[in-house]
Design a binder for this molecule. Structure first.
Ligand code: NAD
Length: 369
């Protein structure tokens, strides 16, 4: 892929390549769109097989962040960074500090955070060199682990789905199949259990399953069986691509609402198929935005109450997505994309309309009439 060909396809604003021989740094930062504000998105460290693969990934992920922030109502744009390297082998302080300097050089156009292969410790190394970092630990006045907050967003998203499908958000007696009992899944299980939901769970780690079965009277099923259980709701909280040609025919669910990224193997085809089966799908990047909303709050000085109120608003955001999907008779992920695009377009127009001449006058030392 040629760099400008890639940037042109989805209108990326800027791509920055960073190299530091001594630190062993090879990184790419992609800024997709900053209409709403600085581009926020984590840094991924991955042993990419080629530079092309790294470039393609960072362009795709940064664009996704633009949509996620826009639909969440944040005043932030979309960006992402990738460091080419093996997180098991190549991590060290100098590498992340060198990357931090690269971020600092963008003077706040891009704000970074953790992502796959990058831990809180790594982010704190970056922070030694740049102020444009979020997702730091609570001991450093950051927002800490985003997982319980993501789970809370999914919980409120599930309520919106319930309201849409059953006309009530009461979860007592409702069967929820949770796939994956990791950082997000266990918190979600606890929240749903507290509301009286009946849980059916699966995970590859037996100890995690046992803990949730013991604590929340959940029913355990084998990893392959979760797709065919009788439940009103399926909450994927493990991996992507779980809605596909082989799982779809097994579904008896009315709702799919979970934290996992990229749940639909093929966004267009599989959401249409869900729509035809009368299964309501909560677009993953909308319902799992709690973590992003949480870290975004660090920019203005972290306040847990404010972050939580914004995360609970995922309920209303999803209701809006469902309204647009229904009115326009389109799949829910197309509806959420449209809401994001409309918001960006409207704010860009507003800016153009109200660009004040005095700002120009001030800058150039002249007075305009
Ligand atoms: P995690 O790695 O802590 O947990 C994932 C769990 O899924 C693990 O316990 C793993 O054993 C299990 N698992 C893997 N394959 C499975 C399978 N085939 N069947 C059943 N269980 C399986 O991850 P997490 O932080 O809990 O995140 C879960 C998902 O949500 C991921 O897709 C992640 O990208 C997404 N997400 C997480 C956050 C967050 O704040 N952590 C935010 C947004 C999105």
């Amino acid at each position: 892929m040629e760099v400008f060909t890639g940037m042109t396809e989805h209108n990326h604003e800027q791509v920055v390549f960073g190299y530091d021989k001594e630190a062993g740094l090879k990184a790419i930062i992609a800024i997709h769109n900053t209409t709403l504000g600085p581009a926020l998105g984590g840094t991924r460290m991955w042993p990419y097989k080629s530079e092309q693969e790294a470039l393609r990934d960072v362009l795709r992920l940064s664009r996704g962040m633009t949509y996620k922030a826009a639909v969440a109502g944040l005043n932030l744009g979309g960006g992402k960074a990738v460091i080419i390297g093996d997180p098991e082998r190549d991590k060290n302080e100098i590498l992340f500090r060198a990357f931090g300097r690269l971020v600092e050089g963008l003077h706040g156009r891009y704000v970074t955070a953790e992502d796959v292969g990058v831990s809180v410790r790594d982010v704190e190394w970056m922070r030694s060199e740049t102020q444009y970092v979020v997702g730091i630990s609570e001991s450093l006045h950051g927002s800490g682990d985003p997982s319980p907050v993501t789970a809370r967003g999914v919980h409120y998203g599930i309520k919106a789905c319930m309201e849409e499908v059953f006309g009530s958000s009461v979860l007592r007696g409702v069967r929820v199949a949770i796939q994956g009992l990791g950082h997000v899944g266990v918190y979600l299980a606890e929240m749903l259990h507290r509301e009286g939901a009946k849980l059916i769970v699966s995970d590859l780690h037996e100890n995690r399953v046992k803990e949730v079965v013991d604590k929340y009277k959940a029913t355990a099923v084998h990893a392959d069986e979760i797709y065919a259980v009788d439940a009103e709701i399926f909450a994927p909280c493990a991996l992507g691509g779980v809605v596909n040609d082989s799982t779809l025919p097994q579904f008896n669910f009315k709702i799919i609402a979970g934290a996992a990224n990229n749940q639909l193997e093929d966004g267009r085809k599989h959401n249409l198929a869900l729509k035809e089966k009368d299964i309501l799908y909560a677009p993953d990047y909308v319902i799992n935005a709690g973590g992003l909303i949480n870290v975004a709050n660090e920019i203005e000085g972290y306040n847990r109450d404010r972050a939580m109120t914004q995360v609970e608003n995922i309920y209303h955001i999803l209701k809006d997505v469902f309204r647009v999907a229904k009115t326009e008779d389109i799949p829910t992920n197309i509806a959420s994309n449209r809401i994001a695009e409309d918001r960006i377009k409207a704010i860009a127009q507003l800016r153009r309309k109200f660009v004040s001449k005095p700002v120009g006058a001030y800058k150039h030392g002249r007075v305009f009439n």
